[in-house]
Design a protein around this ligand. Structure first.
Ligand code: GRF
Length: 192
């Protein structure tokens, strides 16, 4: 299964996928990352891909005349690598209609959807005072974190947690969940 991975930041979810590629192949569920794209310059995620010799690109909204132009350009850049699946792994942009027509896309989100969608899922859950939060892997549709849920993991909020400490514990679960989801999607291709 050829994966295109989209990132905006540190890329620890991407790293987990990269680290899992060999084990997945040995388990009969082979996937590989064929390209990594970012919506901004200088991300650690792109650096992680470059260290492995994986093709990368940056496609920034402000470099385009319109959001539609950005959508078309992002679609073209990803399509050139013929992925079976796109993984939005901490990609902080809403994907456009042309992109979503072209690819099946899974996203990871640091909250238990449908609660706390959007860019601040960890902060919003904390502010609400929840005792349990977590992460969700879901298919991407035209909404913001609204697509069909594939898997979820729960994480308890600890006394004294702030957004950073809670997000780090969620991300531990998120990385493992993402690798398990990709392993399962690579094994059973009925979703294609
Ligand atoms: C993840 O928690 C993701 O769900 C959120 O941003 C974080 C990205 O982490 N949108 P990383 O870049 O994979 O380390």
């Amino acid at each position: 299964m050829r994966l295109a991975v989209l990132v905006s930041g540190s890329g620890t979810n991407l790293q987990a996928v990269l680290d899992a590629t060999e084990a997945a192949g040995a388990a009969g569920a082979s996937f590989e990352v064929v390209v990594v794209g970012a919506d901004r310059d200088g991300t650690r995620g792109v650096g992680r891909a470059q260290e492995r010799g994986i093709p990368t690109f940056v496609c920034r909204v402000p470099d385009h005349d319109s959001r539609a132009d950005w959508d078309a350009d992002l679609t073209r850049l990803v399509a050139a690598h013929e992925p079976d699946l796109v993984v939005s792994a901490g990609f902080m942009k809403v994907l456009g209609p042309v992109f979503l027509e072209a690819f099946r896309v899974v996203n990871t989100h640091p909250a238990l959807l449908p609660s706390f969608p959007g860019a601040h899922g960890v902060r919003d859950a904390l502010a609400h005072g929840v005792v349990v939060t977590g992460c969700t892997c879901h298919w991407v549709d035209a909404g913001v974190d609204t697509g069909p849920i594939i898997d979820q993991r729960a994480v308890r909020v600890a006394p004294g947690d702030d957004e950073g400490s809670l997000h780090e514990r969620i991300k531990e679960q998120e990385r493992a969940m993402l690798v398990e989801v990709l392993t399962s999607l690579a094994r059973d291709r009925s979703w294609r």
